[in-house]
Design a protein around this ligand. Structure first.
Ligand code: 6R9
Length: 653
């Protein structure tokens, strides 16, 4: 049932890619086989890609066994992440640009920071943190917009052995307060305001509101001036960064850290319960982030690499800051949004800064696709060599558009599957090695052992459809949940004892390629048939009138669950009952009769997180006509979409 009308289009590796990329098909096969046959030896060798103050001896000491889950890599080694991302590069590339920052509006300009400048700035930042009492092991909460100071603050924490906990600026003060409290931070770093798509984000005010709920917890708030707007400053607690930095020394040597000392915590929302603080540590994380960044994006000296992720998301950590800087790369950071001041902004930035490697999310691709080809085609994009996608399954229609229109048919697309908990990319094509199939994340990265299991935990061989687990550890894996090791074990290792459960569904085809079918929590059961919401969404989006879709289940008298689809049209005024009927029969025709959609609600927008993920929990409640427990809506990127959705709901009890 599920395999019906699957795409069979294959884009073979272009010859010049097979010749020039770090990894071609033969090399992938050989390295992958070696990494699985003997992980110790493989990772002993690749651990050397970063600088260690004291070498490691034990490479891998990991157990996924219930009751004794423990994950340690390179445990005797000592190193420092900021040393690896900055100091190590100074001799060879001190004057190379480390970071290009591009402001919200073109008139805000752009700034380039060399590795040498980064070194001086981060040492200052480290001393400012110290001046506020931050010591090794302390957790510092960062509530910062997309400005270079976010990178500085992260690296400064790493330099002195403090642990950062970045909170996305779309989190409202409630969520911020609970994250500060859960992390036990005494110091918070923020900005007066943020700028995003022409809007002002009142960041300092949100921190003030959060701290009102946490009397006595935070002793120091460091405020970066982004707009210079006057904000309330509490005497003794709040300090402007630039005033503090005038008073501290220039030099700050990197702290010697153990491989397993924590580097950062990142709170990620579960589908229901309280956010989980995923803990990443130092050595293995950096090895894995750097290695995946080099091979997945085929990063070479001279490339200009741009990842559009928010810094409050794992993608911002691993692929704007740590992976690229560990590789001595030039990494671009953009403050704004793809549609401001107009829908060509991304392509304008790509041309201006000669971006060669571009990594974004399907949600951005879909919204730009909606604006038509003209906005893309009027820019040259000649510098582009590779495109990447992350965050959600990318439906084949959007993939093809990205490939044909944005990449002019000549740029490979790496559809990278991974999670906050995995630290780095686990399943992905490698551009010089993997034939591409639209909608498929394809093959495991080195050292990654995916398996597909059924509900009872039986491992399925060959062509299979089921739950995705990972059978063994890799160096970038999250080590635990902050102050909650039991929940770590419960959530990830007890459903399938001895294996890491991803909570994603996946399908493996005859070539051994993996396609993600969405979160397992998003599976609907219609008359006994398992239906992945992602599959219905992809079928809807494949229709010419549809730009975006989200599908949820709702209680149905006969079928158990019915299929409820929220649909955003290319042109809003096309909404009609005829189109509704047409969409239902279109999906039925494409996917088969179990895929008969029961309700189609036309929507203007969908509730999303900062990383662009649709919050199906809220859509499910609206479909059920149940507003008693909408849950935490404070992390919604655009709260106004909610009202429209509720007003136009189709199930009214
Ligand atoms: C990196 C990141 C993790 C969840 C993951 C999955 C979805 C991410 C994907 C993808 C299909 C891809 N996801 N990348 N699904 N194809 N290429 O997104 O981390 O925010 O923790 O989300 O995102 O469902 O389980 P995070």
């Amino acid at each position: 049932m599920n395999g019906k009308k699957q795409t069979t289009v294959v884009y073979p590796v272009p010859k010049e890619w097979a010749e020039r990329a770090f990894i071609n098909a033969q090399r992938y096969e050989a390295m992958y086989a070696a990494s699985i046959a003997n992980p110790e030896e493989f990772w002993r060798e690749h651990g050397k890609r970063i600088h260690w103050f004291k070498p490691y001896n034990t490479v891998k000491n990991t157990s996924f066994e219930p009751g004794k889950v423990s994950i340690k890599w390179y445990e005797e080694g000592t190193t420092n992440v900021s040393y690896n991302c900055i100091d190590r590069h100074l001799a060879e590339r001190g004057d190379q640009v480390a970071t290009i920052w591009v402001g919200d509006h073109p008139k805000d300009g752009a700034r380039s920071i060399t590795y040498r400048e980064l070194h001086a700035i981060v040492m200052k930042w480290a001393n400012v943190l110290k001046s506020q009492g931050v010591r090794k092991g302390d957790v510092v909460t960062l509530y910062l917009p997309m400005i270079p100071e976010a990178t500085y603050a992260m690296l400064a924490c790493a330099r002195i052995g403090a642990v950062h906990s970045a909170v996305s600026t779309i989190c409202a003060s409630n969520s911020l307060a609970s994250r500060i409290a859960d992390a036990g931070s005494k110091v918070v770093v923020t900005a007066d305001q943020g700028l995003r798509g022409g809007h002002k984000l009142e960041l300092k005010a949100a921190v003030d509101a959060a701290l009102d709920k946490l009397p006595g917890v935070v002793t120091s708030v460091i405020v970066v001036k982004r707009t210079g707007a006057p904000v309330g400053m509490l005497k003794g607690r709040d300090h402007y960064y630039n005033e503090l930095s005038d008073t501290v020394p220039e030099q700050c040597p990197p702290e010697e850290m153990k491989a397993e000392d924590p580097l950062f915590i990142l709170f990620t929302s579960g589908s229901t319960a309280k956010p989980k603080g995923v803990v990443h540590t130092t050595g293995g994380y950096l090895v894995y982030a750097a290695m995946t960044h080099q091979y997945v994006f085929d990063y070479h000296d001279g490339d200009i690499y741009w990842c559009t992720a928010d810094i409050g998301w794992i993608t911002g950590h691993s692929y704007i800051v740590y992976g690229p800087l560990a590789n001595g790369a030039t990494t671009l950071m953009f403050e704004g949004v793809p549609t401001y001041p107009n829908v060509s902004r991304y392509w304008d930035i790509i041309d201006k800064h000669k971006v060669s490697l571009f990594y974004t999310a399907p949600t951005a691709i879909r919204s730009l696709m909606r604006s038509g080809e003209g906005a893309v085609k009027s820019y040259s994009r000649a510098s582009l060599r590779l495109l990447g996608s992350v965050g959600e399954p990318i439906d084949p229609k959007s993939w093809e558009w990205y490939h044909r229109v944005v990449g002019d048919g000549r740029c490979p697309i790496v559809d990278t599957w991974w999670q906050t908990e995995t630290g780095g990319i686990l399943i992905t094509p490698l551009p010089g090695a993997t034939d591409l199939k639209p909608g498929s994340a394809s093959k495991p990265f080195f050292g990654v052992k995916p398996e597909i299991v059924d509900a009872a935990g039986n491992v399925l061989d060959g062509v299979a459809d089921g739950n995705l687990v990972i059978a063994d550890s890799w160096p970038g894996q999250g080590r635990t949940l902050y102050r909650d090791p039991e929940r770590f074990e419960q959530e990830y290792f007890s459903p399938y004892p001895g294996k890491y459960f991803t909570r994603d569904g996946a399908r493996r085809d005859a070539d051994g390629d993996y396609s993600m079918t969405g979160r397992v929590d998003d599976v609907i059961n219609v008359s006994g048939h398992r239906i992945g919401t992602a599959e219905v969404e992809a079928a809807l989006v494949a229709h010419a009138s549809v730009s975006e879709a989200a599908v949820v289940g709702y209680p149905h008298e006969i079928k158990g669950q019915g299929i409820y689809a929220y649909v955003i049209l290319i042109e809003d005024d096309a909404a009609s009952d005829d189109l509704r009927k047409e969409l239902v029969s279109w999906v039925r025709r494409e996917k088969g009769p179990t895929f008969t959609i029961d309700k189609v609600q036309f929507a203007l927008g969908l509730p999303k997180t900062s990383s662009g993920k649709i919050i199906r929990r809220i859509l499910g409640k609206i479909a059920e006509d149940d507003f008693t427990a909408l849950g935490d809506t404070s992390t919604l990127a655009d709260p106004s979409v909610l009202e429209h959705l509720i007003d136009n709901r189709l199930n009214r009890n």
